[in-house]
Design a protein around this ligand. Sequence first.
Ligand SMILES: Nc1ncnc2c1ncn2[C@@H]1O[C@H](COP(=O)(O)OP(=O)(O)O)[C@@H](O)[C@H]1O
Ligand SMILES: [Mg+2]
Length: 709
Amino acid sequence: MSATEGVTPRPTTSPPAITGLKLPPPEPPRFSLSFKIFFAAALLILVAVGGAIAISATRARAIADKKIDGDLKKSGEAWESFQQNRYGELQRALAVVANNPGIISMMTEGDAATAFDTLKREQASSAGAAFLIAIGPDGNAFARTDRPLPYSRDMRQVPTVAAALEGEAAEGIWLSDQKLYHVVAAPVLEGGSRTVGAIAAGFQIDDGVASSLKSLVNADVVFLADAAGRNEPPRPTVAASTMRDRSSAVLAGIVGTPRLVSAVLREGKTIGPIHLGVAGETYLGYFLPVRSSTDDLVGAAATLRSRERELAPFRQIQNSQVLVGLAALVFAFVLSFVLARRITGPVDRLVRATEAVRVGNLETEVPVESNDEIGILARSFRAMLEELKEKAALEKYVASLTMSLGTEETLVATRVQPGIGSPAVGEPRIGTLFAGRYDIQSVLGKGGMGVVYKALDRELDELVAIKTLRSEALSADPSLIDRFKQEIRLARRITHPNVLRTHDLGESAGLKYLSMEFVKGLTLKHLLESGQILPTPVGLRIAKQICAGLAAAHEVGVIHRDIKPQNILIEPTGGLKIMDFGIARLTEDRGMTAAGTVIGTPDYMSPEQARGIPLDFRSDIYSTGVVLYEIFTGSLPFEGDSPIAVVLKHVNDAPPIPQSRNPRIDPKIASIVMRCMEKEATARYQSVNELYEALARVTAEPARRETAA
Ligand SMILES: Nc1ncnc2c1ncn2[C@@H]1O[C@H](COP(=O)(O)OP(=O)(O)O)[C@@H](O)[C@H]1O
Ligand SMILES: [Mg+2]
């Protein structure tokens, strides 16, 4: 709150201090504070944890895919070298068989039945061959262990066989009965050099082969055989696999990717990495075409790796992330509940207190003590409440005074002592028209400058106060009048509830006068004259309003120069108006005449004013200090037999400490008063705002005031 605020113009109503009004509890809000806090916290956690999970999941998947891809890419080479090794082994095994004397004689005899029996016997010792075939020198296969006799097939065109008949061991892949075989063929030599035939052995590419390969490539291995006939669309079947339990799912996944099947099995392309759905899992696959020894596409070797399995360790991390998130949510829930409780508890009490004050219960307690914003709010509220109490107290005080003294107008009128000074030329008379527009109604008072009348301004149809300025009282220096006019112009601009509005400086029949706002009320002088010390809240309320009014004037550069209780009007509602801004200037050079007489009272005069040196607004602060001294101690700091004696005291003497006049004065107020009354302007408050703040602090901490009140 700034110093210039806080004072409402002519408050029409003010809350009476009624107590005991019971209020229904305020309606519960739609979304409670704890819910809002929880919601915000939960949202934050969800976004943070969810975001972290989402981002890391995408990243992890990309990393897993890359890793799988890198591994699978190597499967082509691995398959090649695996095959070479296997061929080597199979060749060595077959060489032993081919060199068996029994086989050689079997060939030369050419008896199919004997050959079949011999082959059957050899098959057992030849590294688990699925079948053995005996081929005559003309290329006719005449016995095969997995086919019944009689058996005859022309195998001259089969490259493996042809090479063997040429005397060279050879190898290749065969597709037979939807199975894939590694076939090796070796020549049967008589006498170590003459080729009498050939023996071919088929070793099935079975699950065992797939498993061996799996341990090389670190991926599941599936061998596909193409079951379709020539010129038919490819029809892959699983020839061997490390995933027997899921063979059909794998096959379904492969068949479900048509581009893949035709690319590998028809066009002979290597495909990969490719994503395959297998029983709900995502596999990355790498497909190599498998060609037979006749260079036909007979199937494919596929290496597959499950992305899910690759991500398994990551999933564990993710699960713990989710757990942490859930834990954080629970924590947020508890925390928001506790937090909200801590906030809503005091806020609730504040709300109730506010409501109670709203219905006029000024004695409401504000039971909130904390150092956070709510504590500040509570303290501000308490200070506001104190201000309200001060306001109510002043109003009550003025009302009681008016009651005991009669109406303020009669009161004022009785104080006018007719006959002081000689009636001035053209002095208005009651019941007549003055200056062509003012119906003079009554005398409001009489001061150093002249008489103040209550009048009706015919032009504005408004009550005004007319103050005549007796020429003898005016300065002889016309430049002072000019400066006063200047100041009037400035003062007219002040629109503040604590500043009495000045309307005009006019002249009628040689008599200068000022017209101003008429205020119904008592001067502070009347209040103080009652003889008792004002109650502290009343005094503070008055003091703060003086500060607020002065602040508005100082802001536009107007110094009052004559702050005294006679120039402070208090309305019945407790509103305060400072009047006569700058008027003192008019009598400045007559303030202390050579004869030592002072026009007006010197009781509130600042030392610099008394010494006739240039003034600034801090002179007003001094005078305000004297007024406060009087308000809070009930007496003036300096009194003397003559005005000049008082003036000298203001210049030279330290004021008696306020406690010596009123032992019950709030020490804070006492020190404020003393600071205002420092002889050196620089030692006083440097602005009325500062003074206001100091007074407001007294209000804000009412506990210390109890004894003084
Ligand atoms: N605008 C006004 N409205 C009501 N009463 C006024 C007004 N101006 C002055 N008075 C009364 O007239 C009295 C005399 O005023 P003034 O001539 O300024 O002398 P002083 O300020 O020295 O008392 C005041 O004390 C006050 O009671
Ligand atoms: Mg006056």
